[in-house]
Design a protein around this ligand. Structure first.
Ligand code: SF4
Length: 275
């Protein structure tokens, strides 16, 4: 097990005595919102959840979409998909675009009240002729029917992700619209055969962000890390339910050894069943 999972990390741990800014990613802020206990275990004690396998197909889709929109960024032209949805915009041209898209770098802002250096890597940013920016996130899935933004755990996380990016860009002095866009690609399963290729339906889903929660939650996250006590766990979490069930099984008393009288009784019951 130790070969795959490092139980105690020694880097990226919050030190309550330090005056240095603490780097906090958008995804770790989301971890705090999902479960303060897991956030505390990870950021304060260095015990993170086991990693998940990489979503390599989604990563491939992201990379290709970036290349495709970059062609229009270089020419400052509207992508046909944007035109199809009536959007008068072009991909935003800015010298920091590469950095803003880079994992572990992203758009950054030092939030002085918490001393958190908050960061998150955007997929894209579009700009309308009035100079206003729109955050864009690429998403890939494969489901029957139309893709919509639903009231699910994952889609709520996508909404928050968009809102943090909008907040970060605003803190960097840009004028950012509340309206962001999800470029959602949906792999078709209704084809006759695979034939070495996936075909996607591509859709733009607008979303109106409401990021007024971000600063308050940064403050709460800071309080959590400073507290020195383990916060409560999330009410519904498969990991903890699994941990609890495994613990109970491991600590269950072993069944008592059968006595000679019980063995005789069991044998008699079995032979009665045979006849
Ligand atoms: S409830 Fe889930 S998220 Fe929270 S500490 Fe347990 S495993 Fe982590």
């Amino acid at each position: 097990m130790a070969e795959y999972y490092k139980a105690k990390r020694s880097y990226g741990i919050f030190d309550p005595k330090s005056n240095q800014p603490y780097k906090l990613s958008r995804s770790k802020l989301d971890l705090f919102l999902n479960c303060p206990r897991c956030f505390y275990l990870d950021r304060r004690l260095g015990v993170g959840q086991p990693s998940m396998p990489a979503f390599t197909l989604n990563v491939a889709v992201d990379a290709l979409l970036k290349k495709e929109f970059d062609v229009h960024r270089a020419r400052q032209t509207t992508h046909p998909l944007m035109a199809k949805y009536g959007l008068k915009a072009v991909p935003f041209m800015h010298p920091n675009m590469g950095q803003w898209r880079e994992n572990f770098v992203g758009v950054q802002f030092l939030h002085k009240p918490t001393n958190f250096l908050v960061f998150g890597a955007v997929d894209d940013i579009w700009q309308t002729p009035d100079g206003v920016l729109h955050v864009v996130d690429y998403k890939a899935t494969s489901k029957d029917g139309e893709v919509e933004l639903e009231n699910t755990k994952w889609h709520n996380q996508y909404r928050r992700q968009m809102e943090v990016y909008q907040w970060l860009l605003r803190q960097n002095g840009f004028e950012v619209s509340d309206t962001g866009y999800f470029v959602y690609v949906n792999a078709r399963k209704d084809k006759q055969a695979f034939d070495g290729q996936l075909e996607f339906k591509v859709k733009i889903i607008p979303y109106t962000g409401q990021g007024n929660w971000v600063e308050k939650q940064l403050t709460q996250a800071r309080k959590c890390l400073m507290s020195g006590t383990m916060p409560p766990a999330a009410a519904a979490c498969e990991f903890c339910a699994y941990r609890q069930a495994a613990y109970e099984q491991e600590h269950k008393p072993a069944p008592a050894a059968a006595t000679p009288a019980a063995k005789k009784k069991k044998a008699a019951a079995q032979s009665a069943r045979l006849f």
